[in-house]
Design a protein around this ligand. Structure first.
Ligand SMILES: Cc1ncc(C[n+]2csc(CCOP(=O)(O)OP(=O)(O)O)c2C)c(N)n1
Ligand SMILES: [Mg+2]
Length: 208
């Protein structure tokens, strides 16, 4: 499964989303932009912590989207999730085994660290490892607190930077937070603006 395909599945689940920096945010913006997505533009390792705080502060569902390298940089986040997260919180770790946004430097998940086992050891009740889109879709349906480790291929879609300034991402996310949640569209899709789904972007692949 490609990371941009996984992000398409995540975008289809109605939720507030906090997205990891780098190509995760670029691809998510390209696949399905929405005001209910907060794109992290610079801080590595904090999407899961921000998402956890947001889930604790209000009742709507929150899906935090992180990368393996980013979770490894803030590993204590899994312990906090195990202790504090409630049913409205899901963390999806897009695990490609590399720092894909900065040149595919291998991370420790390519050298033995098993983030699903770490999450379980931290007391997270619902931890799943998924390798295809169907399993990801099913895992996203389960109630939290949950951690989904989605194993994705190495490679970045050929998409540009998120064109929104940080202040605009903040302001529209804040407005979406205070607005009533959108009613699910027919077929279960959320109110996101889907872009470019007909022709998936080419991947710049590199060996894992
Ligand atoms: C504190 C910090 N260190 C390094 C960077 C540079 N950086 C941006 S994205 C990235 C890699 C992220 O890797 P991962 O979370 O696995 O996501 P992927 O790009 O593989 O989807 C790095 C090292 C940064 N932005 N902040
Ligand atoms: Mg990675």
């Amino acid at each position: 499964m490609r990371r941009d395909q996984a992000l398409g599945e995540i975008a289809a689940a109605p939720a507030l989303r906090i997205c990891n920096l780098g190509f995760s945010s670029r691809e998510l913006y390209h696949v399905a932009d929405a005001a209910t997505t907060f794109y992290m533009l610079g801080s590595m390792g904090l999407a899961s912590s921000i998402g956890l705080g947001l889930a604790l502060a209000q009742p709507r569902r929150v899906v935090a989207i992180d990368g393996d390298g980013s979770v490894l940089m803030n590993l204590g986040t899994l312990s906090s999730i195990g202790r504090y997260a409630g049913p409205n919180f899901t963390l999806v770790i897009l695990d490609n085994g590399v720092h894909g946004s900065t040149g595919n430097q291998p991370t420790n998940t390519s050298h033995g660290t098993d983030l699903a086992r770490v999450a379980r050891a931290c007391g997270v009740r619902n931890v799943r490892v998924v390798r295809d889109l169907r399993s990801l879709r099913q895992a996203l349906r389960a109630a939290g607190p949950s951690v989904i480790v989605a194993q994705v291929a190495v490679g970045n879609a050929d998409v540009p930077l998120v064109p929104l300034p940080g202040s605009r991402i903040r302001d529209r996310f804040r407005a979406a937070l205070t607005a009533p949640p959108p009613r699910p569209a027919p077929g279960g899709r959320s109110g996101s603006t889907r872009r470019g789904r007909a022709a998936p972007p080419a991947l710049n692949r590199a060996p894992r």
